[in-house]
Design a protein around this ligand. Structure first.
Ligand code: PXP
Length: 240
């Protein structure tokens, strides 16, 4: 089965824009589950720009499907993960100045640190995935850490067009083969939307896709008409 992990960071981004209580990512997780999400994905960033520690605690208590925590390979957040125990941790690179996660984790240059992080998380019973570019050397390095899964970064595929997108798809397909040969679970994500998801979902052995921005963007638009109608109705009933 191909699982859908819904990334709800963007719900928290909207809340943090006003530093208020709505929209609450915990509510978004409930609605995502009702919609059929197989997993809820959140990224606890060092700068806490969207998901807060309180969100993670409440999500751990309320999410009944897989809770996937994206996180940097840093001791403070690894401590939080070990205390919170999400079902899955996805190790990602993190830079303060980036708008979103820009590239895959560079395992080759941090082999020991990544291996220690993987060992620590796995010793707490957490399933560990590495977010990697479709680069065969990075995947070999990732396999050597003992991680359980690889999430292939689909950002370049999502941005490319025409023949260039086909080339990216070939790269992803070859990377996927190696992930499976190394007996790791195959995931993918980043930039996937309603137009480009099909070929990625069709990659042989694909088990999990993590999708956030396109789903939240669509939710805003498909929900806007109803939200306006409900406010309008309030005004009408107020006036009698
Ligand atoms: N997977 C990983 C590892 C990510 O960092 C992100 C973005 O937070 C996603 C998936 C989801 O990407 P998008 O929001 O573009 O769907």
């Amino acid at each position: 089965m191909l699982e859908l992990g819904v990334n709800i960071d963007h719900i928290a981004t909207l809340r943090q824009a006003r530093k208020t209580y709505e929209p609450d990512p915990v509510w978004a997780a409930v609605l995502s589950e009702l919609g059929g999400a197989d997993g809820i994905t959140v990224h606890l960033r060092e700068d806490r720009r969207h998901i807060q520690d309180r969100d993670l605690r409440l999500l751990r208590e309320t999410v009944t499907v897989k809770l996937n925590l994206e996180m940097a390979c840093e001791p403070t957040v690894i401590d939080i993960a070990c205390a919170t125990r999400p079902d899955q941790a996805t190790l990602v690179p993190e830079r303060r100045e980036e708008v979103t996660t820009e590239g895959g984790l560079d395992v080759r240059s941090r082999q020991d640190a990544v291996t220690r992080a993987v060992e620590r998380l796995r010793s707490e019973g957490i399933f560990v995935s590495l977010f990697l570019d479709p680069d065969l050397e990075q995947i070999e390095a990732g396999a050597a850490t003992g991680a359980d899964a690889v999430e292939l970064h689909t950002g370049s595929y999502a941005l490319a067009r025409g023949a260039a997108q086909q080339e990216q798809l070939i790269k992803l397909t070859e990377a996927a083969k190696l992930v499976l040969e190394r007996k790791m679970r195959l995931h993918a994500g980043h930039g996937l939307n309603y137009q480009n998801v099909h070929p990625i979902a069709a990659i042989c052995g694909m088990r999990e896709l993590n999708i956030g921005h396109s789903i939240v963007s669509r939710a805003v638009l498909v929900g806007l008409e109803r939200a306006v109608r409900e406010m309008k109705q309030l005004l009408v009933t107020q006036r009698g």
